[in-house]
Design a protein around this ligand. Sequence first.
Ligand code: IMP
Length: 423
Amino acid sequence: MAINLLLGLQWGDEGKGKIVDVLTGDYDIIARFQGGPNAGHTLIFDGYKHVLHTIPSGIFHKTAVNVVGNGVVIDPVIFKRELDNLDKFDIDFTTKLLISRKAHLILPTHRLLDAASETSKGKAKIGSTLKGIGPTYMDKTGRNGLRVGDLEMENWEEKYKALTKKHIRMIDYYGVKLEYDIAELEEEFNEGVKRLKELTFIDSEEYLNNALKNGKSILAEGAQGSLLDVDFGTYPFVTSSNTTAAGACTGLGIAPNKIGDVFGIFKAYTTRVGSGPFPTELFDEDGATMAKVGHEFGATTGRPRRCGWLDLVALKYAAQVNGVTQLMMMKGDVLSGFDTLKVCTSYKYKGEEISHLPYNIEPENVTPIYSEFKGWQADLTQMTTKEELPQNLMEYISFIEKEVEVPIKIVSVGPDRKQTILR
Ligand code: IMP
């Protein structure tokens, strides 16, 4: 049995949550392998909208077991809120949601450090979600972090106090003014820890490898997107984890030869939240239409997303780094009504035309070169079969498939589970 991966190929917000939810019926286990509550995975079904941050998107299916892997960072405060929001669904969390002992914990002071670091950067800020992600991964790689397994140890209090004390000294070092009441933050944190401890902690690498041996099927759910990967993204405007396929191996303890299909999710256009280069970004009516029709506001922070045309140079790069075997195109419905669509097929870079992603894609170095396509007017949102899709959309799809050299297997035409067309 192999483990399949599902990843975002752009700057996040591609609609991974929806597709995991659609595919969950085919899997025994859904596992998150990186990121934390900076993610906002939106699921819409039966007229309800749910936003998950740390909990895997398979939680609404009765049969699937959901695993939060070692590569994830958990904020007990946000995690408790997420669990509280799911109370009405009558889910047995002790058996349906398993937490890796090796997952790192986001402390209240990690959030404060994130805020201090961003404030001190001024205009050069990353545009972080301020959930403490960067400082927590820094403590992980700096070998100072606290993990879920530490909550079971007798010296937890001691370790927590030592790290918090160090963080407070670091916050002072930044010399920025932050208003906070540590006692209040800790009270909230302890409540979260209490709730977290009611769940089942596991050695997740052991659990997942045994599950594979026993013929169980696993879907690894990525968060953020490939262009936010700490190594392969638009550094330093990235998140602090490996969002690409290799991150699933280290974030779950699964060997590369156990990986089967890699599902790459992308929007029919491009969006980005936060700072950083975005070659195909639009500042005109077309961009405003995408933002409006696509409801492009961050699920975690509510910030407006920047919008632009599809960038095939970046998409091909992401498909290559991840070894994508199947593409899934989201939000095709948002492009209905445009007379002409553009797709970036190469860049003008230092006077030359190139078709790969260079080291530096800041606007002063890169100008996108576009191919144009005829748009379609039909409303796609009620369509249920591939035969109904307009001819011009089919041409758009075929062009992408030919360029990326990977088939598009799902075309999503709306946010609901049911608005999903298989090809
Ligand atoms: P951080 O991961 O919160 O530190 O944010 C770093 C960068 O990644 C910022 O530009 C964020 O806007 C972006 N980012 C983090 N998580 C997500 C996500 O789930 N979707 C889209 N962008 C994200």
